[in-house]
Design a protein around this ligand. Structure first.
Ligand SMILES: [Zn+2]
Ligand SMILES: [Zn+2]
Length: 307
């Protein structure tokens, strides 16, 4: 995987506002396009921000209405566009029941297959070059965070060493770079570890969904390139955060600090912070000294390869 690009489709909690749509995040991972949540209006945001509609899979964090109702209209649009490839939908229980209702609301069938998969804590969905892991979190209903983990890449190829070992330039170089051993004309075998540096760690992205700050997210986000954490409230609304099983900006930042993430983006803002999230940012900065920002609709972030 070389490209890993995220586009925030919606950054508001509970209700859309003039400036912020309901939850939705588009992730372009090379050829794949994934959605994490699909709040009402997500498809219009996809048009606005140019993500394209070729979605392969949608991962729902949970089934509060602000996180999934957009799938109804989006699937109809795909049908009108003549979609044939399957769409895969993932989420915690009660995904099967809720998504089945949403997918078939008012229609008997769709022109393309829709697969619905329920995930629990620890389940891993393998994709080409990366995986998506479900992480159980603490919200009012079954809810998941997701860890998108790129596969480790082979170490750097040492050209001089390969030449010195007598490996001829050409296909043998490619084999070694892919981690395969090569037999030379002399009969000698050159193993990849003789010519490759240490494996390079893949990128890691964690999306918290709606949750209280929790140890499972800290664990999943250890050393992550980016943590996207909900930050519904400020310190002044701590009681509300506890009652509704959401996080304050300070709590989100603490998770980021404990996990040692490289970068934190706060999202899922209560309408009180809609136009001026500066208080959230200031309170987060007291806890976490890394790069932190508050998301806005349309914010696009590319995660560079680790080297
Ligand atoms: Zn929510
Ligand atoms: Zn929720």
């Amino acid at each position: 995987m070389s490209l890993l690009r995220l586009t925030f489709l919606g950054t508001s909690a509970a209700q859309p506002t003039l400036h912020r749509n309901l939850s939705g995040l588009a992730v372009k991972a090379d050829a794949d396009l994934l959605l994490f949540d699909c709040g009402e209006g997500s498809q219009r945001q996809m048009v606005r921000y140019g993500t394209g509609f070729s979605v392969d899979a949608v991962f729902f964090t949970h089934f509060h209405a602000d996180h999934y109702l957009g799938i109804i209209g989006f699937l109809r649009t795909l049908g009108m566009m003549g979609r044939e490839q399957p769409v895969r939908l993932y989420g915690p229980p009660t995904a099967r029941r809720v998504l089945h209702q949403a997918v078939y609301l008012g229609v008997e069938s769709l022109s393309f297959p829709v697969e619905i998969h329920e995930l629990k804590d620890g389940d891993v969905v393998r994709r080409n070059g990366y995986s998506v892991q479900a992480v159980g979190v603490d919200h009012r209903i079954n809810a998941l965070a997701y860890l998108l983990a790129e596969d480790d890449r082979p170490g750097r190829f040492n050209l001089e060493k390969a030449r010195a070992l007598g490996v001829p330039e050409g296909p043998s170089f490619g084999k070694l770079q892919k981690g395969e051993a090569v037999t030379l004309d002399s009969g000698a075998v050159v193993r990849p570890e003789q010519v490759l540096g240490e494996a390079r760690a893949g990128r890691r992205l964690v999306i918290s969904g709606d949750t209280r700050p929790c140890a499972s997210v800290v664990q999943a986000a250890k050393g992550a390139d980016l943590l996207i954490h909900e930050s519904t409230f400020s310190d002044e609304e701590q009681e509300r955060a506890l009652e509704t099983r959401h996080s304050t900006a300070r709590e989100a930042a603490r998770v980021a600090r404990e996990a040692g993430v490289r970068r934190l983006i706060l999202t899922h803002l209560s309408s009180r912070h809609d136009t001026d999230p500066s208080k959230l940012l200031a309170q987060a900065r007291e806890e976490y000294k890394g790069q932190v920002e508050v998301a806005h609709d349309g914010l696009t972030v590319e995660l560079p390869l680790r080297d």
